[in-house]
Design a protein around this ligand. Structure first.
Ligand code: G6P
Length: 538
């Protein structure tokens, strides 16, 4: 492996000045440096990857054991070694095949929970399940991290199919979140879903208690009847007072950030209905089948991962912008931040030794075209190179507004072209001359209008954002993260780094009440004292 890494780095260094545009001189680049699967087309031709770089990247995937590890994951092996768990979110979206974990077929259990949540979702949607005030008008999902980002992102994305009750999401421990969410709602027609894999997360449990008090004030002892729970910790859900018939469980081999496909997706299922939810699952399953059976060089998640490795580990670009040209994918960057940064933001390899390469990049982004009028300036003319990941659907959902959709697509394609082409000094000078400038002023103004170009991007193009397509896209990104993790030798399925914040918050809380329990640095003690003073007597 080290030889391949070294060769890649040396090759990149030797070809750093090669313009991406020149790579198109070989006529068939567009076909060969693109990958398709299930109605998705990933164009990665606007990157500096050429034949030699591709050959070396594919060797990384091959020698890095991607194919073996992939099979181990699907087969239910304990590939999450630090938690000694299988990794089987894929089992939630392929309800037909048997999946054996530790000698037991887990699928009868998965199917039973899927049937129960579908049944419950139908009853909520058609009014057979009622609140004290009648049919449910509003659903509040209380969860955080993976128990929030997935269903929230997908509910927004699939708004054209949202024909169930209104769905709201509360995640932040900041009381403003739940206060603003509950304020306009009628507790007598609201269903609260407490979504937490562990059922111990402080934000979620605090908000759940707040919601329970809010509902009790309105409907008294009937309040628990309007709560449902989604968790792996069934003992804790019953201690909270939620009836077993409204508790939907899942196993520890579903990671939080991979959990939207199962009961954590209940709020989404209520919004769009079980049939559309099953189409979402079918999309994920189709991407699984592609990922599992397709040779590495034509494999969509593998190629997306290799482009990612090329940009971050080989070229050294620190961040990656995810730029969906789809307003309904506005929460996708946040969703991918958890998926990618919590999975591959690690410093040690699976065996505990320090990583030999940098781990995952910072992932960030906003939908286009909004970002164009904000941060694209830096992507075009800043000194840091930021690989951009564009995505866009050929068709929108508003037939009357097809002309707006065409404008959206045109902007997306234009941005990737402009990033690659840039504008050199001669062109900038010609522009200024056409405006009538001359001499030193022409020179000065022209320099500000130069775009370096040669900035890499990928474009993920698909027909339309349907439930099935969203399922394919999310599974594509999950497997991309997996492949990158395998090549880097990372365990992508634990998240020990999150634990520290949880522990420290508990230790700092007493400081805010004026009790110094010791062990804090002077800055933290001082800030806490100031909070204590500013709060006054309340
Ligand atoms: O679903 P929960 O157990 O409440 O966990 C919610 C989230 O919090 C944790 O801190 C983890 O970092 C996330 O991976 C998880 O999704």
């Amino acid at each position: 492996m080290n030889r391949i890494w070294d060769e890649l780095v040396a090759y990149r260094r030797a070809h750093e000045d090669q313009p991406i545009l020149a790579l198109f001189d070989k006529g068939d680049r567009v076909e060969r440096f693109g990958t398709k699967a299930g109605g998705l087309w990933l164009d990665w031709s606007k990157t500096a990857i050429d034949d030699k770089a591709l050959e070396l990247l594919l060797q990384l995937a091959d020698k890095g054991g991607v194919a073996e590890r992939r099979e181990a994951m699907f087969a239910g092996a304990h590939i999450n070694e630090t938690e000694d768990r299988a990794v089987l979110h894929t089992a939630l979206r392929n309800l037909n095949d048997a999946v054996v974990v530790d000698g037991v077929d887990v699928m009868p259990g998965v199917r039973a929970v899927h049937a129960a949540m579908s049944d419950f979702a139908r009853k909520v949607r058609d009014g057979r399940f009622k609140g004290q005030g009648g049919a449910i008008t509003d659903v509040v999902n209380i969860g955080i991290g993976g128990s929030d980002l997935g269903p929230k992102m997908a509910t927004l994305a699939l708004a054209p199919w949202h024909d169930g009750p209104r769905v709201h999401f509360v995640s932040n421990v900041d009381g403003a979140d739940i206060a603003d969410t509950l304020a306009p709602l009628d507790p007598a027609t609201t269903l609260v879903i407490v979504a937490s894999k562990t059922f111990t997360t402080i934000e979620t449990m605090t908000n759940a208690e707040t919601a329970r008090r809010w509902m009790e004030r309105a409907i008294g002892a009937a309040a628990p009847g309007q709560f449902a729970a989604v968790s792996t910790a069934l003992d804790k859900t019953s201690a909270f007072g939620i009836d077993a018939d409204r508790v939907f469980g899942f196993a520890d081999w579903v990671g939080g950030r991979y959990s939207v496909w199962g009961p954590i997706g209940l709020s989404l299922m209520i919004a769009i209905g079980p049939d559309r939810f099953d189409e979402f699952l079918a999309g994920g399953a189709a991407m699984d089948a592609h990922f599992r059976a397709t040779p590495l060089d034509q494999n969509l998640p593998v190629m997306l991962a290799l482009v990612g490795i090329w940009h971050h580990q080989i070229c050294g670009y620190a961040t990656r912008a995810v730029l969906p040209y789809d307003n309904r994918l506005s929460r996708l960057p946040a969703y991918l931040q958890q998926l990618e940064m919590e999975s591959n933001g690690k410093s040690v390899a699976m065996d505990g030794t320090p990583l030999e390469r940098v781990s995952g990049p910072v992932v960030w982004g906003e939908p286009g075209t909004n970002g164009q009028h904000a941060f694209y300036q830096l992507i075009h003319q800043g000194t840091a190179v930021i690989p951009a990941e564009f995505m866009v659907a050929a068709r929108g959902h508003e037939p009357d507004l097809a002309h707006q959709h065409m404008l959206l697509v045109a902007n997306c394609l234009a941005q990737s072209e402009a990033l690659m082409r840039g504008r050199d000094l001669e062109q900038a000078r010609a522009l200024m001359a056409a405006k009538g400038l001359t001499g030193a002023e022409l020179d000065r103004q022209a320099r500000h209008r130069v775009f370096p170009g040669n900035r890499p991007s990928t474009t993920l193009l698909f027909d339309q954002l349907t439930p099935r397509m969203l399922g394919q896209i999310i599974a594509l990104y999950e497997h991309r993260v997996f492949v990158e993790g395998v090549i880097l030798g990372i365990n992508s399925f634990d998240q020990w780094g999150v634990e520290l914040g949880k522990e420290l918050a508990l230790k700092v809380e007493p400081l805010l009440k004026g009790q110094d329990t010791g062990g804090h640095d002077p800055s933290t003690v001082h800030l806490a004292e100031m909070v204590w003073e500013m709060r006054g007597a309340d």
